[in-house]
Write a protein that binds this ligand. Structure first.
Ligand code: NAP
Length: 446
């Protein structure tokens, strides 16, 4: 029996779950090629989930088992879909193509001064400290006094925590050694996290905020006056137990007060960013009270991180919903209005937008797999896929240095060895050429 052949674009949580669920749920043989533009798998788990969250990151062990142990699932790293192989070529060579390429763009604030030096989307900052090969190793020099983070989601808390950690805490993670050095040299002593609404509407979770309170190198500064709720916040708190729990933890933080620790993380509520001020670099941010825009304040700052959510990037040839930053779909089938593009599907953040935890993507991938399997079970459906060797030859003929699973395992071993050399468990390789060398492919291989 010929196997169903599926191409999955993206090896993050939704792509890995799709590959796993396709083989688990199809009653007949399936071959899944997981394409990844980076030399390393796991997308946002490797490059998004905070380095000091090893429990969440350990999901990679079960994703690795999928690639290691499931016959028919292949990892094709260092392959850029759209350049190295086109959408049309994927459609011609596979029975189904699933885009699980995530949300790769920082949302903008749309205010004056956003393009000044010193203003960054938080994703750039996160990617840098996670050793993402698209970022320069020296992209950030942490040599200012006050950093401002705009937004009160979990990503904002991740960034704030990283700026507050001691080098010892960072050495327990897998961030590259030069990143530990950059944080060790940081002169930031105040980090201001700005929310446009009141504390009842903070988007980060209580668990993450408690974790911040447990970082003993930093103070968490909350003005008790901010916890006096207006009617709208009170109604929200009354209706939402999660908001009540978070407000209770805010109250504890306010009560603990300032203990004179190395770094202070200060939470400012009800503040709308109006303008970033400076000639070439941002020197200050102008804020207005959201509840009374006539009241404004200028806060001097040396670094501004916009942490106001991510959005997906448009993909050539696929219908894109600009407003939500997602690929339009009907039950995971890519669709322009009511017109379904046969054989093309979506999963994860590019399908539903950037929300939820890693596990949310399993449910999402399951819906996608259900649609694929229903389509191929429909009367009259016939496979048009080509054997794996056809795509392999296509990539070879274009000189694409594919990092397969074995090559990735060599790269991983190099990361463990690099860790051992400096007394750490593992350190990520940051530089793309170095990664490829360690994987034994392409540039720099003798
Ligand atoms: P998020 O949870 O959507 O938070 C975005 C924040 O930006 C909100 O506070 C939002 O305020 C604010 N914002 C949006 N537009 C703004 C504007 N124009 N001006 C000022 N503020 C603005 O996004 P995220 O932090 O990027 O997180 C993405 C997803 O990943 C979430 O589901 C998150 O829980 C998840 N995540 C989870 C973890 C974890 O579990 N440890 C870690 C990281 C991320 P409003 O509420 O007023 O819109």
């Amino acid at each position: 029996m010929t196997a169903l052949r599926v191409a999955v674009v993206g090896s993050g949580p939704s792509g890995a779950y799709c590959a796993q669920l396709l083989t688990e749920e199809s009653g007949s043989p399936v071959e899944v090629d997981v394409f990844e533009r980076l030399p390393a798998p796991f997308g946002l788990v490797r490059y998004g989930v905070a380095p000091d969250h090893p429990r969440v990151k350990s999901i990679t062990t079960s994703f690795a088992e999928v690639f290691d142990e499931t016959p028919g699932i292949r990892f094709l790293g260092n392959v850029q879909v759209g350049t190295d192989i086109t959408l049309d070529e994927l459609r011609a060579n596979y029975d189904a193509v699933v885009f699980a390429s995530g949300a790769q763009v920082d949302r903008n604030l749309g205010i004056q001064g956003e393009d000044l030096a010193g203003v960054h989307g938080v994703r750039e900052f996160v990617s840098w400290y996670q050793g993402h090969p698209d970022t320069k190793t020296d992209a950030f020099a942490l040599n200012g006094k006050r950093a401002v983070i705009i937004g009160m989601g979990n990503v904002a808390l991740d960034a704030a925590r990283m700026l507050a950690h001691t080098p010892e805490a960072l050495r327990a993670t897998d961030v590259p050694e030069h990143i530990v050095d950059a944080f060790a040299a940081s002169t930031y002593r105040e980090i201001v996290v700005i929310g446009r609404r009141g504390p009842a509407f903070a988007k980060f979770t209580n668990k993450e905020f408690i974790e911040l309170l447990e970082v003993d190198s930093c103070d968490v500064v909350i003005d008790p006056a901010d916890l006096e709720l207006d009617a709208q916040q009170q109604a929200h708190a009354d209706a939402d137990p999660a908001a009540r729990r978070l407000l209770a933890t805010f109250a504890k933080a306010a009560e603990r007060g300032v203990l004179g620790r190395n770094t202070a993380i200060r939470f400012l509520f009800d503040c709308t960013p109006v303008e970033l001020i400076g000639e070439e670099s941002a020197l200050a941010i102008r804020l207005a009270k959201t509840s009374d825009p006539n009241i404004t304040e200028i806060l001097e700052t040396d670094l501004v991180l916009r942490s106001v959510g991510y959005r997906g990037a448009a993909i050539d040839g696929l219908p894109f919903d600009e407003k939500s930053g997602t690929i339009a779909h009907l039950d995971s089938r890519v669709a322009d209005g009511r017109n379904v593009l046969p054989g093309v599907y979506v999963a994860g953040w590019i399908k539903r937008g950037p929300s939820g935890v890693v596990g949310t993507n399993r449910r999402c991938a399951s819906e996608t797999v259900t649609s694929i399997l229903a389509d191929v079970a429909a009367p009259g459906w016939t496979s048009t896929a080509t054997p794996a060797a056809v795509v392999d030859e296509l990539l070879r003929s274009r000189g694409v240095d594919v990092v397969d699973w074995t090559a990735w395992q060599s790269l991983e071993q190099a990361e463990f060895a690099a860790g051992e050399a400096v007394g750490r468990e593992r350190v990520k390789l940051h530089d793309r050429a170095e990664m490829l060398r360690a994987a034994g492919v392409g540039v720099g291989v003798d």
